[in-house]
Write a protein that binds this ligand. Sequence first.
Ligand code: PLP
Length: 411
Amino acid sequence: LTVRSLPREEAVALDRVDPLREFRERFVLDDGLVYLDGNSLGALPRSTLERLREVAEDQWGSRIVRAWEDGWLELPLAVGDRLAAGALGAAPGQVVVGDSTTVCFYKLASAALDARPGRTEIVTDLGNFPTDRYVLEGLARARGLEVVWLRGDPCAGPGVEEVAHLVSGRTALVTFSHVSYRSAHIAEMAQINAVASRAGALTLWDLSHSAGSVPLALDEDRCDLAVGCTYKYLHGGPGAPAYMYVRRELQSELRQPIWGWLGRRDPFEMAEGYMAAPGVRGLLSGTPPVLSLAAVDEGVRIVAQAGLDRVRAKGVALTEFAVRLVDERLSGFGVSIASPRDPLRRGAHVALGHASAQRLCTALIDRGVVVDFRRPDVIRFGLAPLTTRFVDVWDGVEALARLLGEGATGS
Ligand SMILES: Cc1ncc(COP(=O)(O)O)c(C=O)c1O
């Protein structure tokens, strides 16, 4: 087990020819740190520091309230359009950046249910991210609807056939994560959209683990609705605002439930009664988080510069490298790959299964290898393509091999 079949030099060589290698320099990252948790929080771009300074000092500091008229009110739409073009495969006028992912998800799920009166079911899977599941449970409770759970294998689903089996004329909404937060499985978005659409249901996708890591084609794939966070692969910063996508044809039909002044037509009229602003502006509720939007804009700019095709190619190469190393170095210690083995069906992280995952995860972090643990038995190696080197993958697997070799499983 201690035979090292794949030397570290191979990782060094892969880094040397990596077309995105100079991107890592654009981020604040300690060279000694093995950061494999970009799927939780992406690293800080150096240019974001300058951008935040500029917005704070030159705009807030000098223009104070007048800066709202200099363009701050347009930021949710402007950043949305740049995100749409750079990472979502969506034409302009269909994306806004606004509230937290949870709130965005609530707004769009609620709007979708309102648009399908008389239908009583919401289809999702148990592998969906907890906040999505809880929001759906809350909506179902408040409206007397039923959540129909798909309980498949997290490495294989949600599969098109399974979804087709659950969707019917009773279904109002079909909603999944595009890339699973746990297994990194990539769902077949276009086919699931087609299944839902044939049944007259709307689709809502959570793109939190997709945008900035795998190419998306929301328009071409006929997505109805989507949300996603910006603090992972889009490097927008802790708690950065999320985005909402509503396909253009649906915009006049859908009404989100939080009727705030900045989603109203002519908000500064301060008039009686709510009338939604046309287009995606009507998805907004309150005052936009300007500093955070500037940080999201900067992260999106860097991802767009790298280009999603190159980002994806690197993500596939990194996860393939990780899978190969884990098979060679760790399978003898009882570590399994808890992600799809087909790279085309796998996002930018690799889930490793082990009975002592929690203890191992803590020990890895103590040794400067930052990964995360997902109950009950998964360690995620998040391989954010712009900031992860092949040597980081090698060092991370090696550190885990050493721990296992030392018997650090606690069992
Ligand atoms: C798929 C998915 N949805 C939603 C969230 C979190 O939602 P919020 O940004 O509201 O905390 C996460 C966080 O990791 C996530 O992975």
